[in-house]
Write a protein that binds this ligand. Structure first.
Ligand code: URA
Length: 249
């Protein structure tokens, strides 16, 4: 285990040893920073320890696993104090499609899994209509990894704290297509301000990855008039990726 402060080290180490250990610690900080894009220890150094310990464990560097550890122990914003579980996302590595939603709701917070409530079941149906599923060729994630209280929209500081994680996920997963579900995901990743109605029907380029915007399944459940546009968006995705259109189930 790596001591995380110099007074702790002073008790049982000579000066040279302390300097060597602090050098290792500082190198690990740099490595952790390169894994998640920013330092995770804004609250206390303890938030950082699991990452540093994992990096120092002698296992081969595994950026994806390190990212999971960083998210699981994250304390970068106030949502960490009300969450039950972080929701890292789930699905396959190097998927055809990566779906990005807004943030966990009650069921997701309780289970630690993304899109498992009613909206999630609906999303699974959309995906199945063009031969996609989180079991075989999709990864599903969110802009924020912790549930905002009462399912409110994540606040700008929460998005700013969390967005390096989803950006890193996209970079590591390299999906063939990004599907941004709802305005929070579209605004945060594309840095646009228009509504989904304006942003859908276009194919954006997110760091070389074709990117499509559609409505959020929770919004479609509340507004059935969005069902047809979503179906059009699914068909357009199928066309871009050369997938069969299996039809609505
Ligand atoms: N809504 C989201 O945006 N994400 C989830 O994981 C669940 C509901």
């Amino acid at each position: 285990m790596i001591p995380t402060n110099t007074s702790g080290l002073r008790r049982y180490m000579e000066k040279d040893e302390r300097i060597a250990v602090m050098q290792v610690f500082s190198d690990l900080c740099d490595q952790a920073k390169s894994v998640i894009g920013s330092s995770p220890y804004t609250h206390t150094e303890l938030d950082f320890r699991p990452v540093a310990e994992k990096l120092s464990s002698g296992e081969p560097e595994d950026a994806w696993e390190n990212l999971k550890v960083a998210v699981a122990h994250c304390g970068k914003c106030k949502l960490c104090s009300t969450r039950n579980h972080t929701v890292f996302g789930e699905g396959v590595i190097h998927p055809l499609v990566m779906v990005v939603g807004e943030g966990p709701g009650a069921e997701e917070d309780a289970s630690g899994r993304p899109f498992v409530g009613r909206a999630g079941q609906y999303l699974d149906k959309w995906l199945a209509s063009i031969g996609l599923s989180r079991e075989t060729n999709v990864f599903i994630g969110n802009i924020v990894k912790c549930r905002p209280p009462e399912n409110r929209v994540p606040e700008p500081d929460e998005i700013a704290a969390c967005i390096p994680y989803v950006r890193k996920q996209i970079e590591l997963l390299q999906p063939k297509l990004l599907l941004l579900s709802g305005s929070t995901a579209a605004h945060a990743l594309l840095e646009r301000v228009e509504g989904v109605g304006k942003l859908r029907n276009q194919t954006f380029d997110y760091h070389g990855i074709p990117t499509v915007v559609t409505y959020h399944p929770a919004g479609v459940l509340r507004n059935p008039e969005y069902r047809r546009p979503v179906w059009e968006d699914m068909k357009r995705i199928a066309q871009i990726l050369g997938l069969p259109i299996l039809g609505k189930s």
